[in-house]
Write a protein that binds this ligand. Structure first.
Ligand SMILES: Cc1ncc(COP(=O)(O)O)c(C=O)c1O
Length: 353
């Protein structure tokens, strides 16, 4: 019998459920580039109302929603302040520089949280020698920060200080739904501490495709132009928007289950000698380091893989695991069983050197 796989590489691996596929097949559609897709319009309106913003535009990916945030709010040669570990700086193929001619100014902060003082100090004085600082981006929850939830008051302060300095704030809320569930802070309050927001439907929410860019009317108008220029204008994509609406209506509260399962894995890791959890577990992401040099890291990863547990190596001796819609309690039991039996961790088996 083939080994069943527990895929903890990312929450992007979820597959649309039967019910989601059913509503997709019945979606009303039209040509969205011509403004005719009623389901996309319904999704955009739903998200605008939820976040308390004027306008929204449906896009294929979180990467596109983020680049629209940059391109519609900063001009070539402008500087954007962000944290060194954020997704925009690390994993979006240099789009800010290649497509927007933007200069990124990364700051160091704990768990991906920007320090307000460091941000204030990074704003360039207006002077012919300097680039113009025009935008700050924040990420919540924070992917490389182990899924940590940004403290709301911290975001509020960043927004206030950014405003005082004439800067806009873009929130990369690819996993904002996880932050909402974990913190109890509603979507609408997050809408009040950012000028523009990206939210992804194809991560923990379980839709196959889609993200949304939400902001004021003028900014979204510019974003629509950029979406078209980048080739992101879609036609009868209401079939996808229906899946996203289904995800918003059915898959948010259950994120608490993903968080509880991640926490179980976190507890297991804390109990294992030689392994160290790098961040407290706020949501569905677990990042840990194989600290004990006596454990062969590649062997450790290979042992997990051969037991059918798929993870992502994150840096030279760290591993990321992400819980999601397609991970059950039985899968977590399997992870517990496999990891606690991993001889390499105890220094005597095939993973050990
Ligand atoms: C925090 C964050 N922002 C943006 C993205 C980009 O989303 P996409 O893969 O849909 O382009 C990701 C993807 O994992 C992410 O984790």
């Amino acid at each position: 019998m083939a080994l069943s796989v527990v895929d903890l590489r990312s929450d992007t691996v979820t597959r649309p459920s039967e019910e989601m596929r059913k509503v997709m097949s019945a979606a009303e559609v039209g040509d969205d580039v011509l403004g005719d897709d009623p389901t996309i319009q319904r999704l955009e309106k739903y998200m605008m109302d939820l976040l308390g913003k004027e306008a929204a535009v449906f896009v294929p990916s979180g990467t596109m929603a983020n680049i629209l945030g940059l391109l519609s709010q900063a001009r070539p040669g402008d500087e954007v302040i962000l944290d060194r570990n954020c997704h925009i700086f690390n994993y979006e193929a240099g789009g800010a520089a290649a497509l927007g001619g933007l200069q990124l100014h990364p700051l160091d902060g704990p768990d991906g949280f920007l320090s307000v003082d460091a941000m204030r100090a990074a704003v360039r004085p207006i002077n012919i020698h300097h680039p113009r600082t025009s935008l700050v981006t924040v990420e919540n929850t924070h992917n490389r920060g182990g899924g940590r939830v940004y403290p709301y008051d911290g975001l509020k302060e960043i927004y206030r200080v950014a405003g005082e300095n004439g800067l806009r704030v873009h929130l990369d809320g690819a996993r904002l739904a996880n932050a909402v569930v974990a913190s109890g802070v509603p979507f609408e309050k997050y809408g009040k501490i950012a000028d523009s927001i990206n939210i992804c439907f194809s991560k923990g929410l379980g839709a196959p495709v889609g993200s949304i860019f939400i902001s004021d009317g003028q900014t979204v108008e510019k974003a629509r132009f950029w979406r078209k220029r980048l080739g992101g204008g879609m036609r009868q994509a209401g079939i996808l928007a229906e899946a996203c609406l289904y995800a918003m209506e059915n898959n948010i509260d259950r994120l608490a289950e993903d968080h509880a399962r991640a926490s179980r894995i976190g507890t297991l890791i804390q109990s294992m000698p030689g392994l160290r959890l790098l961040f407290p577990i706020d949501t569905n992401i677990i990042i840990f380091r194989v600290d004990d040099e006596a454990i062969d890291f590649d062997g450790f990863c290979a042992d997990l893989e051969s037991a059918g547990i798929m993870v992502l190596a994150f840096g030279s001796r760290s591993i990321r695991m992400v819980t999601h819609l397609d991970i059950s309690d039985a899968d977590i039991e399997r992870v517990e069983e496999v990891m606690s039996g991993m001889t390499g961790v105890h220094g005597s088996g095939k993973s050990g050197k």
